[in-house]
Each structure stands twice: as C-alpha cells, then as structure tokens.
Design a protein around this ligand. Structure first.
Ligand code: NAP
Length: 246
C-alpha cells in the first residue's frame, strides 16, 4: 500500500465490468483513482462511494475517450484536483461482431473511434504529462491471436493498440515510464455476455485449459501487478491473461 500512496491512476471505462474491478483494486492498493465513464454516471458515482466507504480515494470523471478535447480536459481536471497523473489504464472499449462482408461503415467507425483513437487520445495526454515512474497499461484482447470469424474489426483495433504499446514504450525512453498491454480472453462482463446464447458462452468457457471464464478480478490482478512496484521491470510487453486459451 505505502508504495502507491500519493499516486494517481486514471482508469478509462471504470464505471462497469473489468474497468470497475481495476479501479477498485488500484484504490485498494493505495492509488487515488479517477473513474472515467462515458454514459454510466450512476455506476461511476456508486463505485466512487464504495471505494471511499472502504477508506480509499476516488473521483468520477465523464469523458468520451473518442473526443480528444474531452480527454485533455479530463487530464487538466485531474491535475488541478490531484496534482498529477502517474498511471493510465486504457480500458474503455466496445465490441461489435460481424463478418467483414456484413459490417457497415458505422460498425467499423465506432470501434476504431473508441478502441483505437480513444486509446491514442489518452496516450497522447499521458505521454506529455505522466510523472516519472509512471505506467501506461492498455487493455487489448487475446482475440488478436485467435482469428475467429466476426471478430476482425474489433481484433484489428486491439492489434493496433498492441503495436502502439511497443512504439510508445520506446518513445518514452529516459522518462522511467513503462507501457504494457494486458490481453484478456473471454471475461464475464456485459461486453462478452450480452447477446450470446448460453451454448456459445458454455463453449467459450471451456476453451481455456483452466475451463472457466475469466472474471474481472483476474484481469484487475494482472493490471495491479503492472501498475505497482512488482511490475517495474516489465516494459513494452503484451501479457495475455486468459487461462491459457492461446
Ligand atoms: P464493458 O463491461 O462493456 O464495460 C465497458 C466500459 O467502457 C464501461 O465502463 C463504459 O462506460 C466504457 N466506455 C465505453 N465507451 C466509452 C467511451 N467512448 N468513453 C469512455 N468510456 C467508454 O466491457 P469490459 O468487458 O469490461 O471490457 C473492458 C476492456 O477489456 C475493453 O477494452 C475490452 O475490449 C477489453 N476486453 C474484454 C474482454 C471480455 O471478454 N470482457 C476480453 C478481452 C478484452 P459507460 O458505461 O459509461 O459507457
């Protein structure tokens, strides 16, 4: 706990799912956490309340990550309120599934805007502003290696972030800032579960040799390792946290 005190972490998409688990875990580890959200104000406020109730520090910050000016304002407000930023967790994301033949322009644009451009928007601000010792952790996906039909556009946005993870880790040479990605497999959140028949969920649950779905806490544990003192020597890596599916 002591090593992370006075450190500030922004978790994008922290209102629900994996992001909420990450925000809760980092707050428990001593970080002051900025819980970013796009539309789920109530969920974000409730998470902030529960973190504070448990003795942690947090605040909620609305910003659509696909809007570069809104992201810059969120960093401005964080620096004004909390003195600086040490950790950025790029977790906000959407997943839409369609074959390349069937996915229309809006289908493509929305995923590129939020998953790819959104993460670049936050990394731009983090690259300029993160304090020495900082960490950038990007949520990618194990689907990058699975080549499943209908996942093409989503996987492409995540593969792009993997590439930028490697590049940015080198651009930040000399700043003592690490840049890594965590690539979950199927994880029990709305993004994964919504709209899938139970049989499909059951099959995907059995993909990993560990024979279960990932839980948001499994991913939060991995992110917490990279954000905390034990992860200091990991840089420019993609860590697949998926129970062994690939
Ligand atoms: P989720 O339960 O659907 O939650 C998504 C979060 O992202 C919400 O907090 C949402 O906030 C936020 N968000 C969406 N659009 C946003 C925007 N434009 N600006 C800011 N925040 C936005 O998803 P999840 O499963 O936790 O996924 C989290 C990350 O893990 C994503 O990057 C996803 O691609 C990745 N991932 C998930 C899985 C999986 O199986 N679940 C597997 C691999 C990778 P609002 O509610 O306020 O919109």
């Amino acid at each position: 706990m002591a090593n992370n005190e006075n450190k500030v972490a922004i978790v994008t998409g922290g209102s629900r799912g994996i992001g909420a688990a990450i925000a809760g875990r980092l707050a428990g580890d001593g970080f002051t956490v900025v819980v970013n959200y796009a539309g789920s104000a109530k969920a974000a406020e409730e998470l902030v309340d529960s973190i504070e109730h448990a003795g942690g520090r947090a605040l909620a910050a609305q910003a659509d990550v696909s809007d570069a000016a809104a992201v810059a304002r969120m960093f401005d407000r964080t620096e004004a309120a909390l003195g600086g930023v040490d950790v950025l967790v790029n977790n906000a994301g959407i997943m839409k599934l369609a074959t390349i033949a069937d996915g229309d322009e809006a289908f493509v644009d929305s995923q590129i805007a939020i998953n790819l451009k959104g993460s670049i928007n936050t990394m731009r601000e983090a690259a300029k502003r993160l304090r020495a010792g900082g960490r950038i952790i990007n949520l990618c996906s194990s689907v990058v290696g699975l080549y499943q039909p209908t996942y093409g556009v989503y996987a492409a946005t995540k593969a792009g972030i993997e590439a930028i993870t490697h590049v940015l880790s080198r651009e930040l040479r000399g700043r003592n800032i690490t840049v890594n990605a965590v690539a979950p497999g199927p994880t029990a959140t709305a993004l994964f579960l919504d709209g899938k028949p139970q049989g499909v969920i059951d099959n995907l649950s059995k993909l990993a040799p560990l024979e279960r779905l990932g839980q948001p806490e499994d991913i939060a544990n991995t992110v917490a390792f990279l954000a905390g003192p034990d992860g200091a020597w990991i840089n420019g890596q993609v860590l697949r946290a998926n129970g062994g599916i690939i």
